[in-house]
Design a protein around this ligand. Structure first.
Ligand code: ATP
Ligand code: MG
Length: 207
């Protein structure tokens, strides 16, 4: 094995937007696998709208089981509490060793946030980043505004050095939109895989 993608997120719930970018990045960067890592307690989220971490992990399994290159890790869900990406990255670095190249996959909306992530310098040493475009976010523009113009700052220059951009236009789907549709009793068919849709309805999530 040579390269592994780490894909962290709330996945509340996982949807086709996540699956499409993971597959796109996997094939373009020739990753041996992509590991989906549902986070346990994300900052800046409304807890009452957040499904239990293990239920989110089950949905991630249901959505990814048909792809032999996709895996789900409950590392953060099992640890509980607030998860820092640096701890997760160290965990996988210890598992795979230094010969395996680690890539952390983010959507364009996270591009600004990563600069303030805990131990971002060390995190960038451990893994490269791949930022994927997302409807409503111009990855190039964000990169220019936040990082190219601040290259004298060591974090900004290191981010530029260790990040690659995937500009493929992707699906305009968000978990927030899906949760809203469920509350409004609208269909979420074709936004999430069918087993995920069934799980959400059986468990009465996001009502
Ligand atoms: P929410 O609306 O609850 O924030 P979300 O749809 O943004 O949910 P997250 O679990 O927050 O999903 O996202 C996990 C990762 O996937 C993030 O890096 C996010 O930027 C990325 N992502 C999610 N949806 C898309 C999409 N449609 N296109 C590109 N990237 C996406
Ligand atoms: Mg999000």
């Amino acid at each position: 094995m040579k390269s592994v993608g780490l894909f962290g997120g709330t996945f509340n719930p996982i949807h086709y937007g996540h699956l499409a970018i993971a597959e796109e990045v996997r094939s373009k960067h020739n990753l041996d696998k992509v590991i989906f890592i549902p986070t346990s307690l994300p900052p800046h989220k409304e807890p009452e709208d957040l499904a239990d971490a293990h239920k989110r992990s089950v949905m991630a399994y249901l959505a990814t089981v048909s792809n032999p290159c996709f895996e789900v890790s409950t590392y953060e869900a099992d640890r509980g509490g607030k998860s820092y990406t640096i701890d997760t990255a160290r965990h996988f670095y210890n598992i795979f060793g230094e010969k395996v190249e680690l890539y952390f996959i983010i959507g364009a909306d996270m591009l600004v946030e990563i600069a303030s992530w805990k131990s971002i310098g060390e995190l960038l040493d451990i893994c490269r980043f791949i930022a994927v475009s997302r409807p409503g976010y111009d990855v190039r523009k964000i990169l220019n505004q936040h990082y190219l113009s601040a290259q004298s700052h060591s974090t900004a220059s290191k981010i530029l050095e260790r990040i690659s951009i995937e500009e493929t236009a992707m699906l305009d789907i968000s978990a927030t939109g899906i949760r809203r549709r469920i509350k409004e009793w609208k269909s979420i068919k074709y936004l999430v895989p069918e087993p995920v849709e069934q799980f959400i309805h059986n468990q009465q999530l996001y009502r």
